[in-house]
Design a binder for this molecule. Structure first.
Ligand SMILES: [Ca+2]
Ligand SMILES: [Ca+2]
Length: 500
């Protein structure tokens, strides 16, 4: 009784609509942004230099540089920086020396020059990195081209961090041509991979402002956190022309134990032209995908479980713009009807979805939002879902719990369609009998995007958009919109953009 009184008081004093999210009992309610530790500012250490005209017997000074990156990395101490002059370095780079808190070991491209770490002609043995961090931590890599590591038998990784090593910073790198070149969908390679296969997680990770493009990853991913990986931020990266998954967060079963990635933030990335999904969150715990541009991939964002092992729990999808994908914009749960490992406690808030399902499967159209088998406790609020003519706004079925949904703006150039248990529903009133409450949602109002001409598509809101202020407060809505601008300008707007 007392709890109810407090709740009502909170509602009346803030004058906001109070929605209480669906939440599995006993689940801890973590915050969107994970605490980040580890300083990025570098204290003055020694600068070493590497040049393709250098000599590993030299002293590594600017005037007398080393020849190889690996040599330089053996002489550093915490706080030191290795500057690499322009040119192509064909070597597998390994970090044998750790930095320390506030004193990273930094490998950095010399300013104004182009330093390339290339695997051209090198053999890939098993699962092997061109750049490997498995025996050092507090490592920063800044500004390199990391490329052309290819195999038809081994599984290359452009950069791999494993063996429980923490505090990795990857900034401003270009990763490309990391290719598994055997039969499609048999190899398993990664542009950048954080891999935790022991109880000690690989943690405290920042991957920012990198480009990963033109990689053939087989069943792997362009940027991945697999297994025991925690406290990671993947932000402002651009990923395109890739196989399988753009950004993959997935649990794994290794060494006799299931290991789950946790506390990750995937924010302000752009992912396009990736075959299977832009972002895939399978079997993790507390993973936020916020303010990403996702288009022309297979599925936009999928959140589910690792079949036979674990559901994905607490996936928080906010402020994303997702358009022109071949399949669904957002898929929740699992496509494996026999599996109990779907998604639970999903938050789908303030996303803008537009004309996905461009190439529906032969089995029929999916939803723009497709709540599949075992999509449990899904909260669907403040989204703009603009469907193509034959498209379905939301698909759900009785193998999942009823989604909790409201303040969504549905619109289509064709026939209004939702689907529940395989039956098409053409009116919002009937849809409300399956998905509650939806009383503030609309289905006849054009959201008023700035431009829907495909060549100059802009899914931000025009000044007279009726999506303005039609949203509601809901737990886990971030402070900012897709542009990093304030989310709370008057009442919350629907969709990824807040009009300022
Ligand atoms: Ca507003
Ligand atoms: Ca805005």
């Amino acid at each position: 009784m007392k709890k109810h009184l407090v709740w009502l008081l909170a509602c009346s004093t803030t004058l906001l609509s109070c929605y209480k999210p669906q939440m599995e009992p006993g689940l801890k309610d973590n915050a969107l942004n994970n605490s980040k530790t580890g300083a990025t500012a570098l204290l003055a250490g020694i600068n070493y230099y590497v040049s393709i005209t250098g000599d590993d017997a030299a002293d590594g000074s600017l005037g007398s540089p080393f020849r190889t990156i690996n040599k330089a990395l053996t002489v550093v101490t915490p706080g030191d920086t290795v500057f690499v002059r322009g040119g192509t370095y064909i070597e597998k780079v390994h970090f044998p020396v750790s930095g320390a808190k506030g004193r990273f070991v930094t490998l950095k491209e010399y300013p104004g020059e182009t330093a390339i770490i290339s695997g051209a002609g090198l053999t890939v043995t098993g699962n092997e990195g061109l750049v490997t961090i498995d025996s050092a931590q507090y490592i920063a890599i800044d500004g390199f081209d990391i490329c052309n590591f290819k195999s038809s038998s081994g599984n290359p990784r452009g950069i791999v961090v494993t063996n429980g090593k923490d505090y990795t910073r990857l900034y401003n790198n270009q990763v490309y041509g990391i290719n598994y070149e055997g039969a499609p969908q048999t190899g398993n390679s990664y542009g950048i991979l954080f891999s935790g296969s022991t109880a000690d997680p690989v943690s405290d990770i920042q991957v920012t402002n990198n480009t990963i493009r033109d990689c053939q990853t087989g069943t792997g991913a362009n940027l991945g956190a697999v297994g025991s990986v925690s406290s990671f931020t993947f932000s402002n990266n651009t990923i395109y022309n890739g196989e399988n998954i753009g950004i993959s967060v997935t649990g794994s079963y290794e060494n006799g134990a299931y290991r789950s990635p946790s506390s990750g933030t995937i924010q302000h990335n752009t992912v396009y032209n990736v075959t299977q999904a832009g972002i895939s969150l399978l079997g993790g715990l507390n993973i936020a995908a916020d303010a990403n541009y996702i288009h022309n991939n297979g599925t936009g964002i999928q959140a589910g479980g690792v079949i036979n092992y674990s559901a994905g729990t607490l996936n928080i999808l906010t402020n994303n713009m997702i358009w022109f994908c071949q399949g669904s914009g957002i898929a929740i749960g699992t496509t494996d009807a026999a599996s109990t490992a779907g998604a639970t406690n999903s938050y789908v808030l303030n996303n803008t979805l537009y004309y996905n399902n461009q190439q529906p499967p032969a089995t029929g159209m999916n939803g723009e939002v497709d709540i599949q088998t075992n999509g449990m406790y899904t909260n669907l609020f403040n989204n703009i879902i603009y469907a193509g003519p034959a498209d379905i706004f939301v698909s759900a079925n009785s193998t999942s719990s009823y989604p909790y949904a409201d303040h969504n703006m549905y619109y289509t150039d064709g026939t209004r369609q939702w689907r529940y248990n395989g039956a098409i529903i053409n009116d919002l009133i009937t849809w409300r009998t399956h998905v509650s409450p939806e009383t503030h949602s609309t289905n006849t109002i054009d959201p008023g995007f700035i431009n829907t001409a495909p060549a100059s598509l802009n899914l931000h809101l025009s000044v007279h958009s009726l999506a303005k202020n039609m949203g509601t407060e809901f737990t886990r809505i971030p402070a900012t919109d897709i542009d990093g601008e304030s989310r709370r300008v008057g009442a919350i707007d629907a969709g990824a953009d807040e009009l300022q």
